[in-house]
Ligand binder design. Sequence first.
Ligand code: GTQ
Ligand code: FE2
Length: 387
Amino acid sequence: MIKIEELNHFKTDEQKKYHQKLRGLNLAEGYSYDEGELKPRPYWPTEPVNNVEPCLWQWSDLHDVICESGRLVGVGHGGLKYDRRVIALTNPGLEDQYAITSSFFADFQLIQPGESTPSHRHTPCASRFIFEGSGWTIVGDERVDFQPKDIVFTGQNPWHNHGNSGKDDLLFLDILDIPLMQYLGISKWEFDYWSITGSKEDHHTPHQANNFPNELYTKSHLRPRFGSWKRNSTNFAHLRWEEARQTLMAMEQEKGSLYDGILLEFTNTETGGSIGPTMSIFTQMLRPGEKTLSHRHTSQTIYIGVEGSGKIFIGDKEYDWKPNDVFVVPSWVWHHHENHSSKSPAFMHSISDATLTAKLNMYREQQKDIEGQIVDSFWQSEYLRNF
Ligand code: GTQ
Ligand code: FE2
């Protein structure tokens, strides 16, 4: 969203009058009357940035506030019930928008013991990070039981619902490409109204086919080509923390990335590309004492602290993060990571729109060396192949 500027650069009555005339015709000047040097219009930014600001949401501040919503609204249909009990994260740079970055929406979702949500489906895709509690999600006709620190990905438009199967509150973070889909006019939602209308036609609860043992094939190149085994990770994928952690630890001795330490992408097992067409998901480890070098790139990233703790420097800000903290790195802002522990690795997941900017041929990255000199600067390169 690029707002038409205030009138403060109009100097003469004639200019102001002309402006009003244009506005009355659904038009606006594409120039300014400011004297002296060229002042680029707001739709001509000289750097690939937008209004998104760095921000950290600390779990220790939020946990109780999110759980409080359980007393105010129930989960279901009608009365004091709502179909998802969620609290959205709002980026301070994006006034009054349901958006954590300009492309993604994020919320904290609470499901209390015994509750399950009505089904719905929507064109935006979703990833969910489990903070605490135990539960399940059903996508299409597959069910997955998840654990804290896992990520579940839901693709574009399968029916799905979630439930709490434990004795404690279930809390997770949803991240969806809602702002992007909305911007393009392709965000579309359908809801299961069966429980209020009683009509079978309104009934879309996905049937629970099985607890699909997808780890049997996500770890191999063998693809079942019969019956319900035909599914792939386009609609649904599950990153188990136990497996991710093991894999990261097995690579501890690798050089890794100077900018991200040991960084792994959670890929679509069918295509080998990004998990969703608009969404890239990564999991990474900073080894004890590891400090990365600074880089910036044309993608917006949402990080989640998983284990250990760390520091992230974003532009002129710095944040200390702990497990379950959520933080945002805007596009094209210099940033680097530090793990100050001499004993414990620090683990993070991250969700970004890198695959999207790469598909638009607009993935750019700049990297600095230890002296702070820019050593590498590229458009696209290997990212196009990988994404
Ligand atoms: O739990 O399925 O707040 O897909 C927004 C989108 C919740 C969900 C939201 C979603 C969900
Ligand atoms: Fe959903």
